[in-house]
Design a protein around this ligand. Structure first.
Ligand code: 5GP
Ligand code: ZN
Length: 138
């Protein structure tokens, strides 16, 4: 399915040009136009999914398999010291383009990229109860 007025539908199908690294029947791997670091890559699905909640397990499996290959390619070329895999779902989570995409962000010692949260305290029994509560939907 393709969504009208979705920029990533147009880019993934090749209707809008992009710096494409690689392409399969299901995905297009491109450079982010406004990268966190040089070599910041996006893997776009060719099918339109708004977010992870809509994505099927088969596509997700293929996606992560491809991500491992692309991550190694980024490391080879950039010589990065590490890499963040990031994927935002919903405005509140920082998603700005509502077509599923995976970020691969190469990281370098002393770069100024910030991916950070304040850790919250937990109580063991509450954690066990929450784990069980979530599990019932799986
Ligand atoms: P999000 O915030 O939705 O997780 O990430 C959207 C990403 O898409 C941003 O990093 C942004 O720079 C990138 N982006 C937005 N529009 C375009 C575009 O037209 N071309 C490319 N290559 N990247 C884009
Ligand atoms: Zn789309």
């Amino acid at each position: 399915m393709v969504k009208d007025d979705c920029i990533f539908c147009k880019i993934s199908k090749g209707d809008i040009p992009s710096a494409t690294i690689y392409e399969t029947a299901d995905f297009r791997v491109i450079l982010d136009v406004a990268p966190a670091n040089k070599g910041h890559v996006l893997i776009l699905t060719k099918e339109h999914f708004d977010n992870i909640f809509q994505m099927d397990a088969e596509t997700a499996g293929k996606l992560f398999s491809l991500a491992t290959v692309v991550a190694r390619a980024i490391k080879e070329e950039t010589g990065c010291d590490g890499l963040n895999v990031l994927q935002n779902n919903g405005e509140v989570a920082g998603q700005t383009v509502h077509h599923f995409h995976l970020h691969l962000i190469p990281r370098f010692k002393d770069d100024e990229v910030v991916i950070k949260w304040e850790p919250k305290e937990t109580v063991a029994e509450e954690q066990q109860a929450l784990a069980k509560a979530i599990k019932k939907y799986i």
